[in-house]
Design a protein around this ligand. Sequence first.
Ligand code: MN
Length: 493
Amino acid sequence: MNVNEITDLLKNPSKEDIELITHAFEFSKTAHEDQKRKSGEPYFIHPFETAKTLAHLQLDAKAIAAGLLHDTCEDCNGSDGKAIVDEAVIKKEFGEDVAFLVNSVTKLGTLKYRKEKEDKHEDEKWKAENLRKMFLAMAQDVRVILIKLADRLHNMETLEHVPKEKQERIARETLEIYAPIANRLGMGSLKGRLEDLAFPYVYPEDYKKVLEITKGKYEEKKKQLLKIKYKIEEEIKESGIKNYKIDWRVKHIYSLYKKLKKPEFNMDISKVYDLIALRIVVDTIEDCYKALGLVHKLYRPFPGRIKDYIAVPKINGYQSLHTTIFADGGNITEVQIRTQKMHEESEHGIAAHWAYDESGKPKKTGAVINPRLAWINQLVKWQKDAIHSKEFFEDLKIDFFKDRVFCFTPKGDVIDLPEGATAIDFAYAVHSEVGNQAIGAVVNEKFVSLDTPMKNANIVEIRTQKGKKPSSSWLEFTKTTFARRQIKLNSKR
Ligand code: MN
């Protein structure tokens, strides 16, 4: 283990960055000197791998240093006469920011223990409580969660060494808490890895079944794809598109499992067209649409399966064009087209948007610039409003993890809402005053009442009346936390 293995992953580290990381490296190595992992390896491997993941994500030096130090406070207890590592020591050695990060990760600690009982309500409460903890930490500084995710990734990679009775619980936490958060932060690659590592421990029987079903399928599909790839490549070469890369991605096994379990698939692998998908990466958005045209010129598209996530991105920021084509010999194949920037964002999510101020230093708070991840800023704002009620976090969970509905203003701005949201939620999402003074809505050119549920791709215009006040009866059909709060604040008593 050498500190270069971490710093070499960084694109433009400054001298100070390398010094900070090297100091943390040496400090952590000494602190963990006599400790062993369950596997019998030196404990230091764990913080080292955690820091490598953070460096791979291009996080700043302070976060990487904190990754190296993240277990020094809880795990080194000084019982054999060694100096106890506490927050004050970290602060003295590494400064306030690193100490804050290490302390936050330590405090986040382990999740609240789940009772073994299969009580659905208890289960929901467990999830809500743990998500609440995560969101609170995230609202303070997103780096805390990123360190926690990198920490969990290495723990999952070494889960085989953990006692059997603990494996399932840790894997389930990963599947239900950590992977959804990675997904919510747009970190597709991390989410996929966490899920795939947890899958065999949480659903061992189903895991075996999926392995059986897919036996030989990947190889078969790759052979078919080679021909299609070659043909598309020829076409793109001739078209004058300058920089392009054609590759494929293999579907993550847990994501495949979730698909197979849906009633319309019923474990039938022949219905899954994206087991391996072709992926075309180009320079510009214009080239994306151009490439889509070329693909459709060669192969007939499957009706109803062309998805434009460039014009309407997924809630976590994901952008790409997807199409499914009938290729040679009746092969049905998915093709994904995106720019290099979209590609990096879909792999690394929030880490690809790390917010820097003018001096090039990362901002101290969890605030991010990308509008698609604006919900984190919203979270920070709500957090500052200090509304910590249980109900608030229940609502928060609904807002962020349920499926989303995308609607449009007449100007074409996208308003995204949780499933089941109504016109009044839309009104408040546009502006609190639009919500407060709303009297009705025009949805796809038809006048409707405020309790009308919103559907994907609705074009919505809210009708208002000056000086009007919201009615508390609206709460009966209001779904979003923001709208509920505004109605409670502003309605007549
Ligand atoms: Mn750890």
